[in-house]
Structures are given as C-alpha cells and as structure tokens.
Design a protein around this ligand. Structure first.
Ligand SMILES: NC(=O)c1ccc[n+]([C@@H]2O[C@H](COP(=O)([O-])OP(=O)(O)OC[C@H]3O[C@@H](n4cnc5c(N)ncnc54)[C@H](O)[C@@H]3O)[C@@H](O)[C@H]2O)c1
Length: 496
C-alpha cells in the first residue's frame, strides 16, 4: 500500500588544505569517497561572501500561494493531500515522470472538489516545463534525492520559492549552489524537515529557549529505521502499488555511498535547540561506519531465486551503522547515527543535554530538570505549561490531517503562514545546506579512517548575528485550516 511508507517515519589535494582539521594517520593517503564528490575538499574550503542574508528575510507576502508539486510518489501524493487542507493554497500543477502518479493526485483533487491542476509527465525533465509556468509561487519537490537541488535551483531561477524534501543537497557543491541561487534571487529555499515540527521536539525547543536545561552542551539525533523491506522491493508496476521506491532509487544510494546518508531528521531539531546558523555553527565532524552485514547477504538471497536482483551483485553496500560526531564553533557536540538496514526499533534519539537537565525522546519520552527523571504527572504539567503556541494553534487539527502523527501538516501550515505574512521561514537555505552537508562530509571522513573535516560556513559569517526563528506565533498564525473530514481508520494510519 502506498500509505505504508508515508506513515512509518516513526512512523585534498588534501593535507594542509585547511579543510581537513584532523591529523593524518601514518601511512594512510587521504582518499576520495567513491561516490560523486571529486571536489569535496575544494568545495569545503570555499569562502563565501554573502550577497544577501536570507536568514531573517521575509519575501513579500502572498495572499494566495500557487503551488506546483513535483514527484508524486509516496511522499508527494501525501503532500497534495495535506496542502489541500490549508486555506489560501492553490495546487495549480502536478508533475511526475510517471503519468499514473499525476493522474492519481489529480483524481484526489477532483474528489474533494478542487479545480483541475495542469499535468506534466512522460519524461525525465518534464518538471522543467512545470517550473517554467508563469503563474506559480512555490515549487514543492518530493522526488528522489538526485533531483532536489536541480529542481530547487531551476525554480528559484524562474522566480519561484522552492521547498524540497530531505536532504535538499547530496553534495557540498549542490549546497553552495542552493545558497548562491537563493541569495541572488531572494527566493526562499526551504528544506522540508518535518521532524522539527514534531510535538516533543517543539516542546524541548521551547524549554531550551527558556533556559530550563541550562546551557545546552550536547545533542544526539538519528535515523534508525529498518528500510530493508522497502529498499529491496522490486517495483511491480507503474503504480508502485506495492510501496516500492521508484526505480529502487534508495537502494542505489545505499549501494554507492558510505556515510550518514540521511542525517537531517535527527540533526535538524538538535540544530534548532543549539541555534545553529543563529548564534553558533557546525564547525567540523568525524564519522565512522561499520561494515555491511545484511545488504550483501540479502542481495545474494534474492538473486538466487530472481535474476532481477543480480544487477546489484557488484555493489559495495554501505556499512549498516554510521556514527558521526560534530563539534560546533561554541564548543558544543552533536552525535548523529544512521542505520536503515538492520533490525532495531525506530529511533531518532532526540537527546538534548544541558548543564541543568536533559531530555530524550526514544525509546521513551523522558525529561530531567536536575538529576532525576520527571514523573508522569510532572511531565503532564510540563506539556500543559510549555507547549509552544504553534502546537496549541494547529496541533490537534494536525493530528487529524496527519502525516507522521501531524508534524508534516504543522510544517506545511507554518510554511504557508510565513509566505502569507511575509515572514522569514523557520528553515532557511543555510539550514538546509548545513544539515544536508553532513552526508557528503561523513562519506569523506568514513573513507579516510574517521579523519575530521570542516563543515562549511554557508552563512558567510552571518551566523554570529542571525536571530533564532519564532515558535510562539507572536505575530501571524492567521492561516485557517479547511474542514477536515477523515474516518477514524484513516486517522489511525497517521498515528506513529
Ligand atoms: N520527510 C519525511 O518524513 C520523508 C518520508 C519519506 C520520504 N521522504 C523523502 O521524499 C522524497 C521522495 O520519497 P518517496 O518515498 O516518495 O519516493 P517514491 O519513489 O515513492 O517517489 C518519488 C517520486 O518521484 C518521481 N520521479 C522520479 N524521477 C522523476 C523525474 N525525473 N521527474 C519527475 N518525477 C520523478 C517518481 O516517479 C515517484 O513518483 C525523498 O527525498 C525522500 O527522502 C521524506
């Protein structure tokens, strides 16, 4: 079923180059990762003079946001549904290389009485024609990773704001391209990191902002989610009715790159707690991966009975478990883990460690303000007192509309509200670039025995003065939610 994955998030030229901060290991020549990142060290070294500061910038307000959505698989079709509940959002164009995906979302719009959207399908680059339409304000991208930056850049070059699924960039060069294009065009470029809008993450962000944990000194995040079943799913038909990834794109990523490939779900909320790009910045990292103990075996098992899978026989599957540690300019630390190929309960960890207390989300939500964990009753009081305004305003509605328990909807609602009111976005281009950069940087570190490598300062120094984003809706919050009619069964699907 399509909805399965949607609801399951819980659901360099080296030495002395300045970019490599650690010492060399004797006898080991630095290596480039095998994936496509030949210029990584040059890309890291690049200095950036900001042309225009997109942090804190609100583009002119839009009473109506005319949206084109590209990539209508599992994630994109869900976005069509969620956006259709938000006042002042007009879904004007639908794009996917698969005609059937476009038709399915069109059918949905018709079923709720919305005007027909323009359709773009049938080729690998039909999305360009969609972006070239004159009367669109926002391009919302839910394609495989390789297309995120090309689509966003093309969108901004054509006068549209861009929003992309995670990670928004696959390479450091791509991250720079996004930053440079956004600054030059003054178009927003937001990575859609939905986990920043989950309930516990927002509660702990609010508490951190109020100093309840003291100085935050360390954070941990992760993406630990066994995707073996989905990654190895053979696409049965054009409809992807078995829940497979299109063209098995995600297995290809895991078969060609070794590092922390999907860092932003765990990292994003921790960066917000630490005011990364707004008072502090990610400075350098080291990363280590285990060997692969499952994917190669699975490929052999499958190939034994189905020759289709022999196409993967020479793959160097990534290590199962990656651990990346990052240090910030102000001397804080962050640990990010990644594992999509072994059996483990789902976890994004979300550990916030301060000088006076800490919080952790997985496997169980716990908060300590001092040296003992709060009891259930105290936790309930905390939720009552410290829930940020954004959750009070749309949290309950979001649980009904759904999308990973509601966080997806809160994100979409907030994006639309910022665009309506001409506010800066909560996640600007610098956040998307920095958070996404951890994947290629970790690949380099893994390929080089864990040596440290600098994280570029995508803000060009403005991190020192940029202000934290708003979570208490002191202004705005004016976007209404349209009538939500969902059955109990449909709502259940969205509970993590
Ligand atoms: N934020 C989250 O919680 C979350 C959850 C799942 C997936 N994702 C992200 O969403 C994105 C999509 O994932 P998915 O699970 O929907 O994958 P999917 O394979 O189900 O969907 C991808 C869609 O993109 C289309 N596509 C591929 N190449 C295209 C092209 N050249 N032009 C137009 N369309 C093209 C495919 O036909 C397909 O419909 C990925 O970036 C993934 O990381 C995010």
């Amino acid at each position: 079923m399509k909805s399965n994955r949607r609801d399951f998030l819980r659901t360099a030229t080296f030495a002395g180059a300045g970019a490599v901060t650690g010492g060399m290991i004797a006898g080991c020549a630095p290596k480039q990762p095998e994936s496509n990142m030949a210029n990584i060290v040059e890309a890291v070294k690049r200095s950036h003079t900001q042309k225009f500061n997109m942090s804190g910038y609100g583009a002119p307000g839009l009473p109506v946001v005319r949206v084109g959505i590209i990539g209508l698989g599992d994630r994109g079709s869900g976005a069509v549904e969620r956006l259709s509940f938000i006042e002042g959002v007009e879904i004007k164009a639908l794009g996917d290389k698969r005609e059937v995906a476009v038709k399915e979302s069109q059918k949905y719009l018709k079923s709720i009485g919305r005007p027909e959207a323009l359709e773009f399908f049938g080729s690998e680059d039909a999305w360009k024609k969609l972006i070239e339409l004159p009367d669109l304000d926002l391009i919302y991208t839910c394609t495989p990773w390789v297309l995120h930056t090309p689509v966003c850049v093309y969108a901004m070059e054509h006068g549209k704001h861009a929003a992309s699924e995670v990670p928004i960039a696959r390479t450091i060069d791509e991250a720079w391209q996004l930053v440079e294009t956004s600054e030059r065009t003054k178009k927003h470029c937001m990575m859609l990191e939905n986990c920043c809008y989950d309930f516990f993450e927002l509660l702990t962000l609010n508490m951190a902002r109020q100093g309840m944990f003291g100085d935050i000194i360390h954070g941990e995040g992760a993406y630990i989610h066994n995707l073996m079943g989905y990654n190895f799913k053979k696409p049965l038909d054009e409809r992807q009715s078995d829940g497979a990834y299109t063209d098995m794109w995600r297995l290809k990523e895991n078969a060609t790159r070794n590092g922390n490939l999907y860092p932003t779900h765990g990292l994003g909320p921790i960066c917000q707690v630490l005011n990364i790009n707004r008072g502090d910045r990610l400075e350098f990292l080291s990363s280590v991966s285990t060997n692969d103990f499952t994917m190669g075996i699975k490929e052999k098992d499958l190939a034994a009975s189905d020759p289709f899978f022999t196409q993967w026989k020479d793959s160097k599957f990534r290590g199962n478990f990656n651990t990346t540690i990052i240090r910030t300019a102000l001397g804080k630390s962050i640990m990010v883990q990644h594992d999509v190929s072994s059996e483990h309960p789902y976890s994004r960890i979300h550990l916030v460690k301060g000088t006076k207390g800490m919080a952790v989300k997985y496997p169980k939500q716990l908060i300590a303000l001092g040296e003992t964990w709060l009891k259930d009753e105290d936790m309930a009081n905390l939720w009552a007192e410290k829930t940020p305004e954004i959750l009070k305003r749309v949290g309950e509605m979001a649980k009904i509309v759904g999308g990973h328990g509601g966080m997806d909807f809160i994100m979409d609602w907030r994006l639309r509200d910022c665009l309506r009111n001409g506010f800066p976005l909560d996640q600007d281009v610098y956040d998307g670039a920095a958070w996404s950069s951890i994947a290629p940087l970790s690949e380099w570190s893994v390929a080089n025995n864990c040596q440290s490598i600098e994280v570029p300062d995508f803000t060009g120094g403005s991190w020192k003065t940029n202000k934290p984003h708003e979570i208490n809706l002191e202004t705005g919050g004016t976007t209404k939610v349209l009538e939500v009619k969902k059955t109990e069964a449909e709502m259940q699907l969205n509970v993590k």
